[in-house]
Ligand binder design. Structure first.
Ligand SMILES: [Fe+2]
Ligand SMILES: [Fe+2]
Length: 165
């Protein structure tokens, strides 16, 4: 095994955290569906997929370094939200929490002079900058739109179409 038991345990915890993030995004997507907001629902469903991808990326790394993968039960995510803003704020809080966890993993890897894990984690460091930035933008958009949530849907639809060009 190329990494320490402690690093292995912490990376396993991160696998669980990414699956929990995926679960939360799926619950948020369902909440948007219930509000009749199809574009937001779609966007958050895609995000749920991405988080699952993050978990699998760590599983793959653990395999590569001869580590052991221990899967934990995933906590039940919050299902009820009072408003679009509440959902997006919760998503931003979740991304900030994940960012803090990634930073702790980096601190651990550097402390152990575990440069393989340190290098692997850089992708996650960069990813979190992107995620926090995107979710902050969405929160700003939601706050600007106020009660006109359909404007958020329209803006997101526009962004998605522009991204396809
Ligand atoms: Fe993630
Ligand atoms: Fe994320």
């Amino acid at each position: 095994m190329m990494i320490s038991q402690k690093m292995n345990a912490k990376l396993s915890d991160q696998v669980a955290a990414e699956f929990y993030a995926s679960h939360k995004y799926l619950a948020m997507s369902c909440a948007f569906d219930r509000m009749g907001l199809r574009i937001l629902a779609q966007r958050f469903l895609k995000q749920a997929d991405e988080e699952r991808g993050h978990a699998l990326k760590i599983v793959g790394f653990l395999r590569d370094v001869g580590g052991a993968v221990t899967l934990e039960a995933v906590d039940k995510p919050r299902a009820d939200y009072g408003s679009v803003e509440e959902v997006v704020q919760a998503a931003l809080d979740s991304e900030l929490d994940i960012t803090r966890r990634i930073n702790e993993l980096v601190t651990q890897a550097e402390g152990e002079k575990d440069y393989a894990t340190r290098s692997f984690l850089q992708w996650f460091v960069d990813e979190q900058v992107e995620e926090v930035s995107t979710m902050t933008d969405l929160l700003n958009l939601v706050q600007l739109a106020g009660p006109n949530v359909l404007q958020v849907e329209a803006a997101l639809r526009h962004q998605m179409l522009a991204a396809k060009d």
